[in-house]
Design a protein around this ligand. Sequence first.
Ligand code: FAD
Length: 435
Amino acid sequence: MSPGRATTRPVVVAPPHRPRPRVVIVGSGFGGLNAALGLVGAPVEVTVVDRDNYHGFWPLLYQVATAGLGPDDIAHPVRAIFAGHQNITVRLGLVTSVDVDERHVELDHGELLPYDYLILAVGSSTSDFGIPGVFEHAFPLKSLPEAVRLRNHILTVFERADADRSAIPDGLLTIVLAGGGPTGVEMAGALSELIGTNLALDFRHLDVTSARVVLVEATDHLLGGFSERSQHEALTTLRNKGVEVLLNAPLAKVTEHGVTLADGREITTRTVVWTAGVRANPLADLLPGEKRRNGTVVVLPDLSLPGHPEVFAIGDLAGSVDKRENALPQLAQVAIQGGRHAARAVRSRLAGKATRTFRYHDHGIMATIGRQSAVAELPGGLTLRGSLGWMAWLAVHLVFLVGFRNRLVVLVNWAWNYVTWDRASRVILDDIHRV
Ligand SMILES: Cc1cc2nc3c(=O)[nH]c(=O)nc-3n(C[C@H](O)[C@H](O)[C@H](O)COP(=O)(O)OP(=O)(O)OC[C@H]3O[C@@H](n4cnc5c(N)ncnc54)[C@H](O)[C@@H]3O)c2cc1C
């Protein structure tokens, strides 16, 4: 068309550009991942931020610490999960502040991420319950680097003992596990198997029967929250495996050389594993509003923050409650369902509809006590124990593990371990001289 010539075609005026609402999801754990998946294809631009570039499957963390699995068997890159989803962007970064008035979060490298909706799913952190020495001397077990560090340490103390037996009477081969919840019980069972099979063969000149696994628990039972029968089964099974279980034994102090119990008893050790205390991620302290005793954020029934209908807190960070106002446990299912709920709530808000109350559907609880032994308490009073419970435990963990490769690798590892008793990841990935 020549310049200046009039046209008879109608002029199409583009509508003013309206950017799509921005949703920022902090945390790509169980809650954040499911919130993001619930917003795939929604008319929003989602940014998922995490300090790590992977989604971690924490229920199997103890298997990394006990050389049953490698760290990347239970982790999946977040970018790979969302690669095919156009409206989801991934950002690696530690969120250091949240400004709910200006509606942005700040990352450690200085980037500001503005939002229209914010879903906070940063999980929990370790609490020392005020016990002196826990942070300085005990090994926590809440992340992959922590699990690898613990594995390095356990393997290294056996190396040290093999080279110089004189330190064995001073507790070099004593491992104290603090906390008789599912992680402490699972860890105790797996450790006794690791020591009794692989390490006994690896260190054939060492008398590994001198190694001790001691599980100390403050209350009079293991597996709080489970039925008495399951608690009893866990206790008997662990004792049969040679684990020393001390009940009614709260810790008073942890030092470089061991632990002191509240009744004055002392256990000399270089290895204290802290599985007991959990509190909300410290990011909770930066948010306005009330917090519960364990630091979790008090939320409204739809999981939004009081006074901030555009901000949601889910999973371990949130102090959400059930119909009877009882606090929901810090479990993967609570986070998964909370994430899906938050995504639905954002979609409702976008459509100008009211949000619904979050209702948690209890899928039961389970814990493995070692090879062919687990307790699974399912809804409707159905309880599976022993081999049946163990098979249910294996199946559920495989189903919820993210990524086909991870599932396959874990399945092959477990099958290998079942047939050969070989916990194959007995690799020290650290400078041995530091122990
Ligand atoms: C050792 C262990 C064993 C467990 N076993 C079981 C079990 O058998 N069954 C069960 O149901 N539950 C179990 N749990 C609990 C379960 O893992 C949690 O309830 C669940 O992970 C909570 O999900 P979430 O999304 O709230 O937090 P998480 O899954 O922990 O995810 C939080 C995410 O936020 C990221 N993040 C944290 N802070 C920041 C920040 N400032 N900036 C950016 N990113 C951040 C983290 O990197 C992480 O990816 C276990 C937990 C642990 C530690």
